[in-house]
Design a protein around this ligand. Structure first.
Ligand SMILES: [Zn+2]
Length: 435
């Protein structure tokens, strides 16, 4: 019965829509860009105009060659540098950076989702118009994504994973409580068929991405960051099932063997990759696997972690992998692997995502390469190259502007002055750009 009613409504809408010309109701905006970062060509263009109709970019080119419709709203960014909205491929919006370790146990899934509403706004205002949320309890990330898509709250476009899938007692389990409490995290799976069932369960409840824990981690209790957790057999089952259901797989993996097996199993990205070795670099390059290395948050963990409730063992683990990860970032990038920008926001405060650019440049990328990692590469990793990641006609009008030159000083991206998402201004021009 219910299905029939919905079908009737959709049919009625269809009739209505067909009587209105598609563009009649769409708001047209013309944006003048003093400088525009063309991440596809890897060039900076001067004096450009971007035309936006509704949610999408309809034209982009030199100001002299674009005719601006008379009724268009004008946005003057002629004193600024305009870039595509940025993409962070590794965030936890429902994670409060002040509540780690035992402090996290008092937070309900609903409370975490409400915190996520706050974090989504901070992330959007920082210029990140798309994120991939790799792990959340209670499907809080699914709820956030859907509320943002419905226009109920402000936030970035989201890819979401639901619960991360991993072994009993591993990084994706919760090992803080003693056996008396009989607590097991919902993403725990032992064996290929349990793992396969978990993929199906995540997909059932709204995950459009699958996150797995191939190795131990820094912030989990009782495991070693470098030690492998899921077996090759388990990861093969997960990847096969996820790909069959049209979902990409992101594998948390610090240790060399876990990285090898994750890549061989066919994951789409390796997260952290702290201890990646030459063989891992070769495998990633050959299979085209993206590597997402969160090389900013080490500073935050070591400076603020104890206060935020991180366990002493976590701080010890960070001291071991932190610098190695940065050195291996340089090695992997020089080794020709594809890299996307991902920060693990939630471990550190949301909205500080762009702080990582400085380290990506310090450890071997040019500013343009770091920007590409956070735009066009991220879009490809998320399977959204047709909709985000560059200022191209046909894509969503997701744009940011900064006052200075991010190609000269990439830290300029921590001072985003203007944000547009889907043609709507979500952060109006801040005084510094209105020169
Ligand atoms: Zn993470």
């Amino acid at each position: 019965m219910k299905v029939k009613v919905i079908a009737a409504c959709v049919a009625a809408l269809g009739t209505l829509a067909s009587t209105i010309p598609a563009t009649a109701a769409e708001h047209v905006v013309a944006i003048r860009a003093g400088k525009l970062v063309d991440v596809v060509a890897g060039k900076v263009l001067s004096d450009q105009v971007i035309l936006v109709s509704g949610e999408r970019i309809t034209a982009v080119g030199p100001a002299a060659s674009i005719s601006i419709p008379r009724d268009a709203e004008q946005v003057d960014l002629s004193g600024a540098t305009v870039l595509p909205g940025m993409i962070d491929a590794h965030v936890h919006l429902t994670g409060d950076p002040n509540l780690h370790g035992y402090k996290s146990l008092g937070v309900s899934d609903i409370r975490a989702a409400m915190y996520g509403v706050h974090a989504a706004r901070l992330t959007l205002d920082a210029g990140f118009t798309t994120v991939r949320n790799v792990g959340a309890s209670g499907f809080g990330d699914v709820a956030l994504r859907d509320a943002i898509n419905e226009g109920e709250i402000a936030g970035p476009r989201m890819r979401v994973a639901g619960y991360a899938i991993g072994i009993r007692g591993g990084h994706c389990d919760n090992n803080l409580l003693p056996a008396d409490f009989h607590y097991t995290e919902n993403g725990v799976a032992d064996g290929p068929w349990q793992a396969r069932a978990k993929v199906r369960e995540m997909a059932k409840y709204g995950a459009d991405t699958i996150k797995i824990c191939a190795s131990g981690g820094v912030l989990s209790k009782g495991d070693e960051a470098g030690a492998q957790q899921l077996t090759l057999e388990e990861m093969q089952a997960i990847v096969q099932e996820a790909h069959k259901l049209g979902r990409k797989v992101a594998a948390h993996a610090h240790g060399a063997s876990s990285i090898h097996d994750a890549i061989v199993a066919g994951v789409d990205s390796v997260e952290h990759a702290s201890l990646i070795d030459d063989e891992g670099i070769r495998l990633a390059r050959e299979k085209g696997t993206y590597i997402v290395m969160d090389i900013y948050n080490d500073d935050y963990i070591l400076q603020e972690g104890a206060k935020a409730g991180m366990l002493p063992e976590s701080l010890e683990k960070e001291k071991i992998v932190g610098q190695l990860q940065r050195d291996n970032f340089r090695k992997a990038f020089r080794g020709g692997v594809r890299m996307a920008f991902g920060t693990d926001a939630g471990v550190y405060p949301h909205g500080d995502n762009a702080r990582q650019f400085y380290y990506m440049v310090k450890y071997g990328m040019t500013p343009m390469q770091a920007i590409q990692a956070a735009t066009i590469n991220g879009a490809e990793l998320l399977g959204w190259k047709d909709r985000v990641g560059s200022i191209t006609a046909g894509k969503y009008a997701d744009l940011v502007a900064v006052a200075g030159d991010p190609l000269a000083d990439v830290s300029e991206l921590t001072r985003v002055k203007f944000v547009m998402k889907g043609g709507a201004v979500v952060k109006p021009v801040q005084p510094a750009t209105a020169r």
